[in-house]
Design a protein. Structure first.
Lengths: 283, 580
């Protein structure tokens, strides 16, 4: 049985008090409780403060390009669907640069777990608006305030019939750990949008701001009711629900592909095709 | 004997079916065949044609003159009537295309009005079998027998029932008999005397690339459809189940290359394919392949650009793009096959070297090469090289220590399969240390650049084959080219060698640029009086590369950039102009 210390990676270069620490700890505790060893999973990350996440852990890692976590994660799952594959991205990375991939990953229902560190701001590039920044937020690059409507990842996920959509809060680690475990245990594409205060650049959405608003979704709530889920997904402002907003039992992509019915691609004989090819069709 | 047949008409009229079927009849008979296609970027209408050349001697380019023109519409008669050879014949269905009388400048006896539609209906079929009538009629004009066509019909329609087979056979026979009986001036005599009657294989380059990829153990192909690369995806997708391959149609080319890199990182040989515009989107991923040292093979089909350009036409305009694109400095491999056979073996070499050196490998081709069918006696699957360069299972487990990007003498680090051992496989698009973790220090940076670039590049260069010299061994004239101009240049040499000491120098392994160690091609060039670089682009990109890599400058150039390939006569004429 592993302990949280076994997952200790490099020393984080995050700001003191960054919401990412809460996510890192919740994640370590979740994998320890699930009994998953470091070599048994791969984290694909992108660029931004969230992109550094796997370096501060111990795991197989592909820290790729900004916005491209999901295609890489999809490729890994299709080549080896015995590998637990987790994508970690920020709000700019996943909802901005990689928006197209998010839509199609949900449609494919590839069994990838996506954890979005959503701080509603760009941290690494020092404080520009992100897709989840509130309308009207003033930054150096948006001196007249953000004009675009705030992106709602939960409503987006429900609309696309995403297999699993949940919202967590970095300031409620115990609850977040439960969501991470539920996402890993869910068979299907799973999105956990994690509200995460940026202590340096986001002076609006602070720990205090979130604490006054977030509430845990009541146990009676049925996340499999899509209409109710859509209603709950639209809730934002004075009260912000955290917990599993929506889930379903759609068949995963990997189960639909004949070529990997028996064995993952990487376990199949790799040098056989050379002797199996035939030129008959060309005569 | 050397005959050319052209089938012209609108998109959607079934030109390709007629062309493919005839090409197959000729290759099965044992003839050498070369086909090429010219079509517009549309599903219906417009003007398209399919040209087939067949001979008892090897052919690898199209000629100007047409011996049989199958005109499925009026425009084909008007456009291509003037291409008829001295013995040429035009066949058409006057009722169907509404042409009352032949044009005056061509002797009326060269026209044969064959009621394709009526004969199809009389054969118990519908008018869609008019094309089968036309196919039979071509064989009738040539005086060839019908056994092979009948076998092809039986095979094509084997799942459609007896009636469909029988009526298609009757339709083909009706066309054949009509042409035999009514073509008074037909004087074709396909010479089968020198043939072995051994059927030849007929294959185009996208099929050859697909076949080469499968034979090389490619397990994953992700792409977004784009002419002229789509045929590779189609071919491999047809073999998914048989060979245990996943073909994933990505949402865009950015995703396509990143998926392939994910699959490759996980331990499967992976490939993507696209055209210039899609490759532009993949460029960031190309750089990612280099930084993470994750092997990937990319098939890049050129077409005239910038932007959307001529979507269905041909150009060699992306050579320097393929060589120089992507941020940063890193080694890459670029191959430019000149024939389907080269495409097959070079795809294998691309996979082998990409895996061996953990770098991206690009196979650059173009629409002309992708759509042209060639005949060969055979490909030899035994020549396919497969070496597993990855660390799997126990070999990985038994390592005491593992670092994905460990420094080595060759610059090549052990590539473990994530999950096969307790060792962690870590890589990063940021500059990283031996373990794969982000670094900022100057010392590691220098060591990593040396490892990725300076250690690997000379080793890869040593793997490159020099260009092929064909023709005179002490040539006064050398025509040089790369990629799809192989066939046309070779035929031009045959044509011109009757009166001159001429040779062709063809490059199919482009980068790292082949050294002169094994074959001093520079010396041969320097000893020639006239050296002509022939390219289907406006600026002479290969000539520029040659100058940059070797300091050698060609003294003459032929550049074609109208989106069309050369015919043999056109190229010979251009060469003669440069020699006069």
């Amino acid at each position: 049985m592993s302990k949280p210390e076994d997952y200790k990676g490099q020393t984080p270069a995050w700001c003191m008090g960054c919401g990412n620490f809460g996510i890192l700890n919740a994640f370590k505790n979740a994998v320890v409780e699930l009994g998953i060893e470091p070599h048994q999973f791969t984290i694909v990350s992108g660029i931004g403060q969230a992109g550094k996440f796997p370096h501060y852990l111990k795991c197989n890692t592909f820290n790729g390009l900004h916005g491209r976590t999901l295609p890489v994660a999809t490729g890994i799952r299709l080549a080896n669907h015995e590998m637990l594959t987790i994508a970690v991205a920020g709000d700019g990375d996943c909802y901005g640069e990689g928006g197209n991939h998010l839509m199609h990953a949900m449609r494919r229902n590839v069994n990838v777990k996506l954890f979005v560190h959503d701080n509603q701001i760009y941290g690494l590039t020092k404080g520009q608006a992100s897709p989840t920044s509130p309308e009207g937020m003033i930054t150096r690059n948006q001196p007249f305030g953000v004009f675009s409507e705030q992106f709602n990842p939960m409503a987006f996920a429900v609309a696309l019939d995403c297999s699993f959509a949940a919202r967590g809060f970095a300031g409620d680690m115990e609850h977040l750990k439960g969501l991470i475990k539920a996402a890993i245990n869910n068979k299907g594409f799973s999105l956990v949008d994690i509200l995460q205060p940026c202590v340096t650049f986001n002076k609006i959405n602070t720990y205090e701001w979130y604490r006054q608003r977030v509430y845990r979704i009541e146990p009676e709530y049925n996340p499999e009711d899509r209409a109710a889920a859509f209603k709950r997904a639209l809730e934002w402002g004075e009260r912000i629900p955290i917990g599993i907003i929506y889930k379903n039992n759609r068949q995963i992509l990997e189960d639909r592909i004949p070529a990997i019915k028996d064995l993952p691609l990487v376990r199949q004989p790799l040098d056989k095709a050379k002797s199996d090819i035939t030129l008959k069709e060309f005569y | 004997m050397d005959y050319s047949i052209k089938i012209g008409g609108e998109a959607g009229q079934g030109i390709q079916t007629v062309g493919d079927t005839l090409a197959k009849v000729f290759s099965r008979t044992g003839f050498h065949v070369f086909t090429n296609q010219d079509y517009e970027s549309r599903v219906r209408g417009g003007h398209n044609f399919y040209q087939i050349r067949f001979s008892d001697k090897p052919v690898m380019a199209s000629r100007d003159k047409v011996d049989i023109l199958v005109a499925l519409d009026k425009e084909s008669m008007e456009r291509h009537g003037k291409e008829l050879s001295a013995i040429g014949q035009i066949m058409y269905d006057a009722t169907a295309i509404g042409i009352p009388a032949p044009k005056s400048q061509i002797p009326a006896a060269n026209y044969l009005d064959i009621p394709f539609t009526k004969l199809a209906e009389e054969s118990g079929g519908s008018k869609i079998m008019a094309n089968t009538v036309a196919t039979g009629a071509v064989l009738g004009m040539l005086g060839m027998d019908m056994d092979i066509l009948i076998a092809i019909i039986k095979d094509t329609f084997k799942n459609k029932g007896e009636h469909v087979i029988d009526s298609n056979i009757s339709a083909a026979m009706a066309g054949h008999d009509f042409a035999m009986k009514n073509c008074m001036k037909c004087s074709f005599s396909p010479n089968t005397a020198g043939l072995s009657f051994k059927p030849k294989m007929l294959i185009n380059s996208v099929e050859a690339i697909g076949l080469g990829a499968i034979a090389s153990g490619c397990k994953f192909y992700s792409a977004y459809p784009m002419t002229p690369s789509t045929g590779i995806m189609n071919y491999i997708a047809g073999k998914e189940k048989e060979f245990g391959i996943i073909v994933e149609q990505a949402e865009d080319e950015i995703s396509a290359i990143n998926m392939a890199l994910g699959a490759s990182f996980a331990g499967a040989r992976a490939m993507t394919g696209t055209a210039g515009g899609g490759f532009a989107l993949m460029v960031e991923g190309l750089s990612l392949s280099a930084m993470t040292e994750t092997p990937v093979v990319i098939a890049l089909g050129q077409r005239p650009a910038p932007a959307t350009g001529f979507p269905t036409r041909t150009e060699q305009g992306d050579l320097l793009f393929a060589l120089h694109t992507a941020h940063g400095e890193f080694p890459r491999i670029v191959f430019a096959p000149g024939t389907p056979e080269q495409a097959f073996y070079l795809t294998n070499k691309a996979f082998d070297l990409a895996e061996k050196y953990q770098v991206p490998a690009i196979i650059i081709f173009d629409q002309y090469l992708s759509d042209s069918e060639w005949t060969f006696e055979e490909f030899v699957p035994e020549k396919i090289k497969y070496t597993d360069y990855r660390l799997r299972g126990d070999a990985f487990k038994n390592l005491k220590e593992y670092k994905r990007h460990a420094y080595t003498d060759t610059g090549v680090s052990p590539m473990g399969i994530p999950g096969d051992a307790e060792h962690l496989v870590v890589t990063d698009s940021d500059e990283h240390d031996e373990e794969g973790h982000i670094v900022e220090d100057a010392e590691t940076r220098i060591k990593m650049v040396d490892k990725r670039l300076f250690k690997k590049l000379p080793l890869i260069k040593r793997e490159m084959e020099p260009p092929v010299l064909y023709g005179d061994n002490k040539p006064e004239v050398i025509i040089t080219g790369w990629g799809s101009n192989y066939g046309i240049m070779k035929e031009a040499v045959d044509e011109l060698s009757k009166s001159r000491r001429i040779a062709m120098l063809h490059f199919s392994e482009i980068y790292p640029f082949p050294s002169t160690d094994r074959f001093d091609y520079l010396n041969i060039l320097k000893n020639a009086k006239t050296t002509i670089c022939i390219e289907n682009n406006a600026t002479g990109q290969f000539a520029r590369l040659m100058r940059a890599e070797t300091g050698y400058s060609f003294n003459k150039f032929i550049n074609r950039y109208d989106g069309r390939p050369f015919t043999l006569e056109e190229l010979v004429k251009e060469i003669k102009i440069r020699l006069s």
